[in-house]
Design a protein around this ligand. Structure first.
Ligand code: ADE
Length: 224
């Protein structure tokens, strides 16, 4: 998979993908992440990428031209499955989106700033709008990081134990069961005995029951 991220703060992405599973996914050449500085595409002398909004009102709006030129340049080089704009008024990101996007080959992620981007880009170029939750952050960069991470870890071959990503919370609209490691007793806190029984069938059944119990208690909305 190739991911192209368009941002006015490329420095923010210098290190965030250089750790753990995401770093290994790049080393294994399963994913190729490219960061594009939107200012490089501005054709005016000041390299500006935003302007006042028509009709008045506070906050700047990102111009069409640099975004359009950057995306068109990328599209001339390859075909993209989705051109995603990260925005608080997009569809709220769910595991089901991540699963689906992890099957794609080429993705563009556009990070917004200020008030947002000129709506004509949204109407004519963007194919998907994603929000990471009902709150507003300073720009789309953190959202692009979260989205990229949640997709990359699902690509086959990225996580060595292939079943691991499948047992994550939300994979069956279900929270994950509790997990434990050594020691089996710490102070007075003991690990549930069943996990030490060595009986895989009973353990699996217990995990399922626990997942249902936790989901019912903490996220009943997922069971609907
Ligand atoms: N940009 C600002 N807030 C955002 C959010 N909640 N999700 C995605 N992009 C954003």
């Amino acid at each position: 998979m190739r991911i192209d991220i368009i941002t006015i703060f490329p420095e923010l992405f210098k290190n965030i993908f250089n750790y753990s599973i995401i770093k290994r996914a790049q080393e294994k050449k399963i994913v190729n992440i490219n960061i594009h500085n939107l200012r490089d595409y501005s054709i005016n002398k000041q390299k500006s990428v935003d302007d006042y909004q028509f009709g008045g009102g506070s906050g700047m709006v990102m111009n069409i031209q640099p975004i359009y030129d950057c995306i068109k340049k990328l599209e001339n080089e390859r075909t993209y499955d989705e051109i995603i704009y990260l925005t608080p008024d997009g569809e709220q990101l769910k595991q089901s989106h991540c699963n689906k996007l992890s099957l794609d080959k080429n993705l563009i992620l556009l990070c917004g700033h200020y008030k947002g981007i000129d709506h004509r880009i949204r109407e004519n170029i963007i194919t998907k709008e994603i929000s990471i939750g009902d709150y507003v952050i300073t720009g789309g960069e953190m959202a692009a990081w979260i989205l990229s991470d949640s997709i990359i870890r699902l690509i086959p071959g990225v996580i060595s134990d292939e079943t691991s990503a499948l047992s994550d919370s939300f994979q069956d609209n279900m929270l994950a069961p509790p997990i434990y490691t050594r020691p089996s007793k710490y102070n007075e806190w003991e690990v549930p005995k069943i996990l030490l029984s060595g009986d895989p069938i009973k353990i699996e059944k217990w995990r399922e029951e626990q997942a249902i119990k936790r989901t019912t208690k903490l996220r009943p909305d997922l069971l609907k």
